[in-house]
Design a protein around this ligand. Structure first.
Ligand SMILES: Cc1cc2nc3c(=O)[nH]c(=O)nc-3n(C[C@H](O)[C@H](O)[C@H](O)COP(=O)(O)OP(=O)(O)OC[C@H]3O[C@@H](n4cnc5c(N)ncnc54)[C@H](O)[C@@H]3O)c2cc1C
Length: 347
């Protein structure tokens, strides 16, 4: 890690890597920082929807075989109203369906292929403005160091240290949800080539899901922060057992993460000055919790806005705001649709 870069991207998820790729292509000196050791685990169903696939292939090429997991492609999303009634949202079968990937492998491949320098196991703990630079304080192995950049991109996912320090008032206004997911050795008669969703409010405040990955049956739910998980998960697990013969031999892994209601309340946070927010850090997450497409596309838009700002000497955020209008509209409409489908507020 040097002392200075044109752009520092905090976060090596799809939003950060997509931004880095565009900036490196422009000839800029770019550093990606991630607090985790890469490749890192990311709680996710790992389904690459059509828009994500198109952006991935356009900017990075074909997803490597090593990122795929069994079943390699999914046929669609199956939303269940009860144990017997469902509606299907088919994926594009012309390209074989939607790739089913391990996020650790897919994300690491994106980051390496961005061409940016990568500093992993390095957490950004603070930042300050220093003239036209932003100076970051990083923690690696309990040792603090400073690094500065002309433009900063927060691609930190839903919990953004930079956003929290940048705008504490906005941060206080956010409502939080917690997503839980179990990875189990076991079986069920739910079709493994579909991603299954259940809007029944007894199973969670948003919706509950089920899918198969490698030898695992994976199921989870999302609830409002502060609510107790146990009653929801117990009812949901019992329902899966009664209706779909879920059998759990062993729970191999339990994972959780936080998600915000920025997406469903359309209060996207794109930044100001030379600090830009992308992906979930900016609040982009679509219904069903699909967020890779908007992470990739907002990463690219923010990077394009920075490139245009350098060329025209104009502020990057107003350019980014203009470019991101369609993405915002898409996300907002997707949550309206989710509410119509569920017949209740979902987030
Ligand atoms: C249960 C679940 C299932 C999902 N399934 C799907 C799916 O099937 N398909 C889909 O499209 N979307 C899915 N999503 C959504 C998707 O995972 C996210 O929207 C997407 O990962 C957001 O990408 P991102 O780049 O914004 O952030 P992330 O992928 O979250 O990456 C953020 C990165 O920033 C790093 N970081 C954070 N803070 C700091 C810091 N201060 N310093 C250094 N590094 C930092 C983190 O370690 C992380 O690597 C799912 C989400 C959940 C919770």
């Amino acid at each position: 890690m040097k002392k200075e870069y044109d752009v520092i991207v905090v976060g090596s998820g799809p939003s950060g890597s997509a931004a880095a790729k565009v900036l490196v292509n422009k000839g800029l000196d770019v550093l990606i920082i991630d607090k985790k050791k890469l490749p890192r685990y990311k709680i996710c169903s790992g389904i690459i929807f059509k828009k994500s696939l198109e952006i991935t292939e356009k900017y990075f090429g074909k997803i490597p075989e090593s990122a795929f997991v069994k079943p390699k492609y999914l046929k669609g999303v199956r939303m269940w109203e009860s144990g017997t009634k469902h509606s299907d949202w088919p994926f594009d079968m012309e390209c074989g369906g939607a790739p089913n990937v391990w996020r650790s492998e897919y994300d690491y491949w994106l980051a390496k292929n961005s061409g940016a320098e990568i500093a992993d196991e390095t957490k950004v703990v603070n930042f300050k403005k220093d003239g036209c630079y932003v100076e970051l304080t990083c923690n690696r192995d309990q040792t603090l160091s400073e690094v500065r950049c002309k433009f900063l991109i927060s691609a930190e996912g839903s919990l953004s240290t930079i956003r929290a320090k940048f705008d504490p008032e906005f941060e206080d206004s956010i409502e939080w949800y917690v997503a839980y997911q179990n990875y189990c050795k076991g079986s069920s008669k739910l079709d493994p080539e579909y991603y299954h969703g259940f809007f029944d409010a007894n199973f969670g405040d948003v919706y509950a899901w089920f899918n198969c990955k490698a030898d695992y049956v994976v199921f989870g739910t999302a609830i409002k922060k502060g609510n107790k998980l146990e009653p929801y998960l117990t009812k949901y697990t019992r329902f899966l057992a009664d209706e779909f013969e879920l059998k759990i031999d062993k729970v191999e892994k339990k994972a959780s993460c936080m998600g915000s209601n920025i997406c469903s309340t359309s209060r996207f946070y794109l930044g100001s000055g030379n600090i830009l927010f992308v992906g979930e850090a900016a609040g982009f997450l679509n219904m069903f919790g699909e967020g890779i497409s908007s992470a990739l596309s907002t990463g690219i838009l923010a990077a394009n806005a920075i490139c245009e700002s350098i060329d025209t000497n104009k502020e990057p955020v107003p350019i980014y705001e203009k470019m991101a209008k369609r993405e915002k509209r898409y996300t907002t409409n997707s949550w309206k649709l989710a509410e119509r489908m569920a017949g209740r507020k979902v987030m």
